[in-house]
Ligand binder design. Structure first.
Ligand code: SF4
Length: 494
């Protein structure tokens, strides 16, 4: 195996105050430029994770990998891709929902498995990870990382049988959400948990099989969408073609409805529906539930744009881009030496006074998590002369944490778990605040209520949780980046 890696300083959240994406995965079998196509696939999936990324390739004999901290074009270069030959590859972009931000937690994660190299990339969160890890550590297992994903390979190592049998045995022990890609020197395997929380699509390009978290990645590598990997399905891609296995008891699906509302790219198809069209229908449903007298409808770029288009079309109100985004702002910038009012809001988003002055404005947003960023943005609209500001949200209030792969894992992070709607309205400085009902949200997807996970709205968790589950639950003995060895990273522990 050949390993290369680069360690960059941790970068700040590019969208502070917004829920952060979890991870994106990509896999390809049977293409002479597997690493290059994986690079493009990860490029298309960058919105799902910006902390780290990696590509692992196989050529039938050897496994090679490169992982690094940062965005895909920061980590990979043309010469680096040339050092990753092979006709099969998997890749991963990561934002950590378990385990902290450091290179040892970058994926795909690569281990020796019965004398062969095995790589794994994971999108999701295992909800019984702590209990399994404690049990494995008591039995002598030594873990390299703080990720829940590593548990899967330790469980595989404890089972006899071939790779597929070991994987099935391991997946029967874990609970929670997972879409996976695995790679050996001559095989790619894709798997999706029985409830199908996270998306995973299958396509083909020039006879090569491709799997990706979202269809926008298939589009970029010019692969034709074939079908979704089904909940509970394991797909093996090798020299004999594609083999589908369904080893789990069928259960009702629980697709993450928040993928439609916020996470997925609008040009993707998820769970059989166009994300773009679902978002427009969410906006139209808002117009039916909250018909407001106003002069214009607007989004804050780039949240709520498609729902705002839907609201404008259904209500007949004009749609305006009354706030302009600076597309060239990096993830960090030098702060001004003197106090400049609302600097960090305005450096990214600047209101257009001529559009807003004296107007009654309806802003459409996809979610309110903490509320602090929204409050600053509303104030900026008022400062620009808006006469009335109403805010409509294209989902119900987020009152409960997510434990299935999204980054709001405690109630304290959610304003709606602490305050009633009228209190949130006053905190945000609004004239009116309205949320979409659960019924209208589900109806806009054109799927059934029973198909979804709605836990962050309802508190009904479809998969049981460990009582003390937390993102950084394995962190006791791990050093944070920049800390001397041996000093526990207690400052990172929740
Ligand atoms: S709790 Fe919410 S964000 Fe998490 S999987 Fe369920 S619907 Fe998605």
């Amino acid at each position: 195996m050949i390993i290369t890696a680069n360690q960059k300083p941790q970068t700040e959240n590019p969208a502070p105050g917004r829920p952060r994406e979890h991870c994106g995965i990509f896999g390809i079998y049977g293409h002479p430029e597997a690493a290059r196509l994986t690079y493009f696939g990860l490029y298309a999936l960058q919105h799902r994770g910006q902390e780290s990324c990696g590509i692992v390739t196989g050529d039938g004999c050897r496994v090679r990998q490169h992982r690094g901290m940062g965005l895909v074009p920061e980590v990979f270069s043309q010469p680096l891709l040339e050092q990753l030959p092979g006709h099969l590859a998997i890749g991963h972009v990561r934002y950590s929902t378990t385990g902290s931000t450091m290179l040892i937690n970058a994926q795909p994660f690569v281990v020796q498995h019965r004398g062969h190299m095995l790589a794994i990339g994971h999108n999701g969160t295992l909800t019984n990870a702590r209990e399994i890890r404690s049990r494995l550590e008591e039995a002598g297992s030594i873990f390299q990382s703080t990720m829940d994903t590593e548990i899967i390979v330790h469980l595989m190592a404890r089972h006899q049988g071939d790779l597929l049998e070991s994987l099935i045995a391991a997946l029967k022990e874990v609970r929670g959400s997972y879409s996976l890609v695995l790679l050996t020197a001559d095989q790619v395997i894709a798997a999706r948990d029985p409830r199908g929380f996270r998306p995973l699509s299958l396509g083909q390009v020039n006879g090569s099989w491709v799997v990706a978290s979202e269809t926008c990645a298939l589009d970029l590598v010019q692969a034709d969408f074939w079908r979704d990997v089904e909940p509970g399905e394991i797909i093996v891609l090798d020299a004999h073609g594609l083999h589908s296995h369904k080893p789990f008891e069928p259960v009702a699906p629980n697709f993450c409805i928040f993928e439609y509302i916020y996470f997925a790219r609008p040009d993707s198809h998820l769970f059989g529906q166009s994300v773009y069209l679902v978002r427009k229908r969410l906006g139209a449903a808002l117009a039916r539930e909250h018909p407001l007298k106003a002069d214009l409808v607007m989004p804050f770029p780039d949240s709520g744009t498609y729902a705002a288009l839907g609201y404008a079309a259904a209500s007949g109100l004009p749609f305006e881009m009354a706030v302009i985004r600076n597309h060239y702002v990096g993830r960090t910038f030098i702060q001004p030496s003197q106090v400049m009012r609302d600097f960090s809001v305005k450096v990214k988003l600047n209101p257009v006074r001529e559009i807003l002055k004296g107007k009654r404005v309806v802003v459409v947003e996809d979610s309110i998590i903490r509320g602090t960023t929204t409050r600053s943005r509303i104030k900026a609209l008022r400062d620009a002369g808006a006469k009335e500001v109403s805010l409509l949200v294209s989902c119900p209030p987020h009152r409960f944490p997510c434990f299935y792969g999204i980054d709001f894992s405690s109630k304290g992070e959610l304003i709606a778990s602490q305050q009633e709607v009228n209190q949130i309205r006053d905190f945000l400085g609004l004239d009116y605040l309205g949320y979409l009902s659960t019924e209208a949200m589900v109806e806009a997807t054109h799927l059934d209520n029973q198909d979804f996970c709605l836990a962050c709205f309802s508190g009904n968790y479809p998969v049981p949780l460990e009582s003390d589950f937390s993102k950084l639950c394995f962190e006791e003995d791990i050093c944070a980046p920049g800390q001397p060895e041996g000093i526990p990273a207690t400052c990172e522990r929740k």
